[in-house]
Each structure stands twice: as C-alpha cells, then as structure tokens.
Design a protein. Structure first.
Length: 508
C-alpha cells in the first residue's frame, strides 16, 4: 500500500456529536441557507449528528416548519448544482436530507420580543446550542433576553452555548461594550465567537506544518525569516451587499478577524499542549504583541484603495460607487494593505505585510514566508546572479496546499541556477468532499471544543491594533487610491513594499 492509499484509508473516525437542540436565530436568512444548512447536511451525511439532534429555527417570517424545510431544501439543491459554490455536490442524497429535514421545527418571533424567549423556555429542554445568524445589532439583545428567560442556565452535566458571528463590534469601544453585555449573561466557556476562516483545512494545518515537522520550527524566527505576506484577494465586487459593506469597508470586514487569525497562527509560540486554552492563550499573546502605531506611522504604513470600473475574466464590472446601496461619493475602501510589526523576541525586525481587496485579478488566500538569503552567495558572478530567496507558501484557497521555492542547478556543463517549486496539493493527496468550512466549527460547538474560537480579550486586542488606521483615515488627509477592477490593487500598495526593497507576490 503506497502513501497515498494510506492517507485515503486513514480517514477521520470522529464520534457522533452529543444530542442537542440547535436554535438558529435568523433561520430564513442568507447565512443559514448558504452555510449552516449545507454544513449540517455534510455532518449528517458523515454520520456525525446523533439521532436526538434537533433544529429549531426562530425568525419573524410568517411560515411554518414545513415552509422552512421547503425553503432550505430548495436552496440546498440549487447550491449543489452551482459549480462555483464551495458546497458543490453532484447531487443531494435524499435519505440524508430527509433525516435532517425531519428534525427541523420553526417558531415565529421577533428577536427583541420577550414573548419569543418565554415560548422558547417552555419548549427547550436539555442541551441547547443557540446560533445567532442575525444582523450584528441583535447580538447583545438576544443574549440578554436568553439570560433573562433563564435559557442560559446550564442543566446538571449539560450545556447551553451561544455562537456569535462576526463582525464582533465595529471598533474597540463597541467590541468592549458587547463583551461586557454578553459576559453578564453567560460565562466565557459558553461563548463561541466564530470566524469561518478557521474552519479551512489549510488554516488549521498551519499549526501542524510548524509544530509537527522538525525541519520548520527551528527556522521560524527573525534569524531566518525576512518577511511574511498574508493575502486574501477576491475577484467578486461588493455586488448587492452595499448596504452592509459601505459603512464597513475592507479593513473592518477582514483584518481584525480573518487576517489576524491567520497572523496569529503563523506568529504564535508553541503551546504546551493542544488543549483549547493553551492554543488560544498563545494566539492571544501574538495578537497582543502587534505594535500599536502612532498616527504618523499608521498613515505611512497603510494604503487604502477603491476599485473603479474594469473587467474580470472577460466580464465587465462596474465601479464600486456604481453598486446598489453605495454612496456615489463613497470614501469606503475596498482594498487595504498594511505593514505591521510584532514586538516580541521571535519576530523583532520581521515585517508582516497584509493585503485584502475586492474586484482583484485572482481569488487567492495565502501566507508567504520569505526566508533570508544565504549570508554570502557563491553564485553572484553567474549570469543569473545571486540565488533566489527561499519562499514557503501556505495556500488556503482555492488551491489548498503548500509549496516551497528553492534553487537548483540547471542541467548542462555550466553552473546555472533555476528556481523551482516543490508542491503539495490537498486535492492530489486526499479525497475530500467539497465543504463550506463550517462543518468543523459546528462540530466543535456541539462537542464543546473552543480551540478555533476567539476569546473576548483577543477580539479587543485585535481592535486595539487596527484603531490607529481607522482613526487616521477619519481625521487625517489619507489618500483613497483608485484601482481598476481586475487589477492587483493600487500602485501605492506596490510602493509600500518597494521602499523596503521587497515586492508583493503576484496574485496569479
């Protein structure tokens, strides 16, 4: 049996999650339709949900349980036939869907109506997971009303847990206020602040790559690493999300959550165990160590951009300001690039460059670790010049895997260098079904594993690090650079690295 056959055979044998009721506030909404229901379907298909598992949808829509099942089932079948969907399946297994749909019920009620929670208190027994798939403005109210109705009191030997989506606040003050509100009603061990990025296989694989391989960890420090680039680019524009996106922008939408979680995985110290609290503590220390910049530094070490009209994959894309529900004179950034520093022993002097944007040339999420060049190269006199610095790339999406760039000698009598890439692709080695990224996170919520979820203080530390950028953009003469849809971002982002003698990795 070769290595690939062994890897296919060694599939997960995780036990079923304990029986519970999952209460989904906002059950008719986009999040439940696009992500939660497909993820629950996948968990059911893999046999990871107990027979006693139940779903109770709560929303203000005037439908019944059968109406909810029809709504979600029709949407699931549409997703399965969509080749662009992360869920994409050849077909829906009728037996699996029947099993899941048969466990669905519905309760009509307003999120700010005490009668909704009184009705829940009469019907809910045993273990319950409350999922807040609602607009962020309801988060604090829902948790407070759950507490007031006694719904967060945990039964002996059981659990009552609350899952809260991002964005968790829109600045430091609001994040602190929300933490204060919910922690008056629930303990930290009951709160699961979710970031779906952490459900990606390659995000979780960062720790395995670092700490499970003796070849990497000895080099993972300022003595050997020149710089780190973290990129999350999208080819889609704002589309019909202008009402949410225009007051938010790229920095709030992506940096203190998605990109900082990736940064923490890359920068954290080795935990003393794989216990959830040990891992979360080390990730938290990494985020706390991000240098808080002065206004002058924040202005110099950031670039804001907004896409104009252009084309992507041969299709015309209108300018951001022409999108529905976007102000025609909007100053909202759809692209941001930052230079950050981590003030600890391991990373002193190593710049971390972050960039994220919409309507860009390629859909790429990756981490690039550039190692320092050899202290004295023997090949400077060759026509090609000095050797190429080694780069380790951790690809999160769409082509999940790891690659290492290094130099080799070209065949022939002369010594000539050629940089080559050693490549590992998940799709080549493992047989993995398409997934939304929520499967692992939901399963962890059911079994009570908080490893991949954020602590309140970590969220506040992340907002502390980004506040200098938000403030200086509001109160200083901060340029909003334009870039054409389909480009790699504004030219000013290239200049941010060029002044340090570096360059962004090409998105393609």
């Amino acid at each position: 049996m070769d290595a690939r056959q062994q890897s296919d055979k060694a599939s997960s044998t995780s036990p079923k999650a304990p029986a519970c009721t999952m209460v989904i506030f906002g059950a008719r909404g986009d999040l439940n339709k696009r992500l939660l229901t497909p993820a629950l379907y996948n968990l059911a298909h893999d046999g990871l949900l107990a027979d006693g598992f139940r779903i109770l949808g709560v929303d203000h829509g005037d439908i019944d349980a059968e109406g909810l099942r029809t709504l979600l089932g029709d949407f699931l079948h549409d997703l399965a036939s969509d080749a662009q969907s992360e869920f994409g399946k050849a077909k829906i297994d009728a037996k699996t869907w029947s099993w899941l749909a048969g466990r669905m019920d519905y309760q009509r009620g307003g999120f700010e109506d005490d009668a909704t929670y009184a009705a829940l208190a009469k019907t809910l027994k045993g273990d319950v997971l409350f999922y807040l798939a609602t607009a962020p403005r309801f988060f604090g109210d829902i948790v407070e009303r759950l507490g007031k109705a006694g719904l967060l009191k945990e039964p002996a030997g059981g659990f009552r847990r609350v899952v809260i989506e991002k964005p968790f606040g829109d600045d430091l003050a609001s994040a602190r206020a929300l933490n204060r509100r919910i922690l008056k009603c629930a303990g930290e061990q009951q709160l699961y602040r979710i970031d779906h990025f952490l459900g990606k296989e390659t995000i979780r694989n960062i720790m395995v790559t670092r700490f499970g391989n003796g070849v990497f960890e000895p080099l993972w420090n300022r003595q050997h690493i020149d710089s780190v680039q973290i990129t999350a680019s999208e080819t889609v524009g704002v589309e019909d999300r202008g009402g949410y996106y225009d007051p938010t922008g790229a920095l709030r939408d992506m940096v203190p959550n998605h990109l900082f979680e990736v940064l923490a995985m890359v920068a954290m110290e080795p935990p003393n165990s794989f216990d959830a609290e040990a891992i979360r503590a080390e990730k938290g220390r990494a985020i706390e160590a991000i240098r808080v910049l002065t206004p002058t530094e924040a202005l110099a070490d950031s670039v804001r951009g907004q896409y104009g009209g252009g084309s992507i994959d041969g299709k015309a894309m209108p300018a951001y300001r022409a999108s529905p529900n976007v102000a025609r004179d909007s100053k909202t950034e759809t692209f941001v690039a930052l230079k950050l520093a981590i003030d600890n022993w391991r990373w002193s002097g190593v710049p971390f460059y972050l960039r994220t944007g919409k309507a860009m040339s390629a859909h790429v999420t990756e981490v690039a670790i550039q190692f320092k060049a050899a202290p004295k190269t023997l090949f400077q006199a060759l026509p090609k010049g000095a050797s190429t610095p080694n780069v380790l790339v951790l690809r999160v999406q769409p082509d999940q895997g790891i690659s290492l760039l290094f130099d080799v000698k070209q065949p022939g009598p002369d010594v000539a260098l050629q940089d080559v890439r050693m490549d590992f692709r998940y799709a080549d080695w493992f047989k993995a079904e398409p997934a939304t990224g929520y499967e692992t996170l939901l399963y962890d919520c059911f079994i009570g594993d908080q490893t991949l979820f954020k602590r309140g203080e970590d969220i506040e530390a992340a907002w502390t690090a980004v506040m200098p950028f938000l403030k200086v953009w509001e109160h200083e003469d901060s340029d909003l650079h334009r870039y054409a849809a389909g480009a790699d971002g504004p030219k000013a982002a290239d200049a941010l690295l060029a002044r340090d003698g570096r360059a962004w990795r090409p998105l393609a």
